[in-house]
Design a protein around this ligand. Structure first.
Ligand code: SF4
Length: 260
């Protein structure tokens, strides 16, 4: 299939916690995440029904959004189907480039989903190299792909990457050991602000950490969690204490950083 014959991919603008100026790109949660483990959650493409994985500890927020909104589900599946049909890194990169505004300043790759193949991972590196004025950032559990495309890594900076790419390894996947082996900059979901303090991690509420190079950081648990789990109890306690209510509810976003 030639890129010119298919419809453009769908990009979004911002989300409940992101500034509208940030472009987002999404694939179906879980279905496109070959390395997800403790977060693995899938929304049925037809019914929207939620299915947790056998090792799920924290339900994927993106999957619950797919369950609630059929239009979101359809857009993500269209992106996924179109890219998989293209197969090669170069064809996928061409199609992404044709679909992405040249004026995009910041792109969050995968508001939902992950790198479903190594060719697809390489496609985004090609895209970033072709758009040096755009910052591309992502969380990923596809650490085997990342590990094969870095020469040396340390403290969130990978000299093998294009300078406009900011990657963050997400704990809770099938290859967590690579985070320490390769000293990858990482993010953890924490169940309370106290846990973040104990781990000496800042909590990122607006992707300002995720989109810039820097130390490890945390995300605070939110969303609907599987019943009778520590994650569900943590969300309940956060709501009861009147603190964090979930993104897009009462949280005041910090202002976004200015990127060089
Ligand atoms: S890897 Fe990300 S998108 Fe995929 S299931 Fe886990 S949290 Fe959801």
């Amino acid at each position: 299939m030639r890129a010119a014959q298919i419809r453009p991919l769908t990009f979004g603008n911002g989300n409940a916690k992101l500034d509208q100026a940030i472009f987002t790109f999404s694939l179906p949660a879980g279905h496109s995440c070959p390395f997800a483990l403790e977060c693995l959650t899938k929304s049925n493409p037809n019914t929207g029904g939620i299915a947790d994985g056998p090792d799920t500890k924290v339900r994927c927020y993106a999957a619950t959004n797919e369950a609630r909104f059929p239009s979101v589900r359809r857009a993500r599946w269209k992106n996924f189907s179109d890219l998989r049909a293209l197969r090669s890194d170069k064809r996928m990169a061409r199609h992404i480039l044709d679909s992405l505004s040249r004026f995009a300043g910041i792109v969050r790759v995968h508001d939902s989903g992950d790198f479903f193949s190594e060719a697809y991972y390489r496609a985004w590196l090609i895209v970033a190299a072709r758009r040096p004025r755009t910052t591309f950032y992502w969380y990923t559990k596809a650490l085997p792909y990342w590990s094969r495309h870095v020469h040396r890594v340390g403290n969130g900076r990978s000299p093998g990457d294009p300078p406009n790419v900011v990657q963050t390894a997400s704990w809770g996947g099938r290859y967590d050991y690579l985070i320490e082996d390769l000293n990858l900059r990482s993010v953890r979901i924490v169940l309370s602000t106290e846990e973040a303090v104990e781990r000496q991690l800042d909590i990122d509420h607006d992707d300002s950490h995720a989109m810039t190079h820097g130390p490890d950081f945390a995300l605070l648990i939110h969303g609907t969690q599987p019943p009778n789990t520590p994650a569900a109890a943590a969300v309940k306690e956060l709501r009861r204490s009147g603190g964090f209510q979930g993104y897009g509810v009462t949280w005041n976003r910090k202002s976004l950083p200015v990127l060089a």
